[in-house]
Write a new protein. Sequence first.
Length: 353
Amino acid sequence: MSSSNLIEPVIYNCHTHIFTHKHIPDGYFPLFIVKLARNKVIRGVLNTVMQKIVPWTSNDRFQRCANFVSFAYKKGQEDNLKVLMNYYPKGTRFVVLPMDMAYMAAGKVMEDIDKQHQELVCLANREEYKNIIIPFAHIDPRRPAALERLAVLVEEQQFRGVKIYPPLGYYPCDPVLMHDIYPYMVKHKLPLIAHCSPGSVNTKHLPFEEAQGLADPKHYAAVMKKFPDLKICLSHFGGISEWQRYLTRDRSIDNPTWLEKILDMMRSGNYPNLYADVSYTVFNFQENITLLKVLLEDERVRTQVLFGSDFYMTSNERYPERRLSIDLRAALGETLFWQIANQNPKKFLAEAA
């Protein structure tokens, strides 16, 4: 068979967002930016100013704010989905992660998580998106009837996994998660994607460092020991700041980087269902691609890393996502790229080989 007749594997982007400003509380950013930007004129001014500043700053939170102003004020999630799809080859599949920010003490959201989930499932069921969207449910253990909500989403609306975001104010070993959610997930073979980076959205009623500490990868050891069959992806692979600390600062046995903590768990062989995705960490800082390539030389690590981008948090004019994904593929080479963008995701998502 000639090479021209070979079918290229499907890319799986395992970490994307398409939620809008309706799902974000007014106090998410300072200075009432969320509320002010609902005015089209003000939003235009903010967008122009921020896009000029972004190339000159390495401030993670500022860049997220700029991307938010650019993408969050769409008519609905479909508009962001169309932009995302345009960045990738036809047939690419996207794990879409909703965000439930109602409990972060930053004010009310215009549309609650139930409406966000419903809009997402309506998109996933449309013919043109049926094989494109892989919907995950955002579960906050503080919501009443969390297990019942999840059961409806999975058994009636075909949600494929669960997203949690501990910096919003709870531990990964929260009693509701440990007693209700994780056992249900194991029974139904649902994978978990958990935020794992010090740079993040965090609850407003806890000190910053305390909120970030809720995402520390060390918390997942107990979860995986109790639920060894639960597939867990620690998103962002520890985060940009921890990769920078690994590369540029003296490392201490008493204060290992989050990257090292995850690598130690992977290399131990004790957690075969542990994964990490490279979303945001690699895509906003090209120097990290070199480190990633070295890490993937380890056979055990290589089988536990997933491709993800964190759209739309990574989108900016300086380095658009289409170029980032192509550069990553070129830097890693075909074998490694397809390992993390096709083979590993299919195993994590229990997709047919």
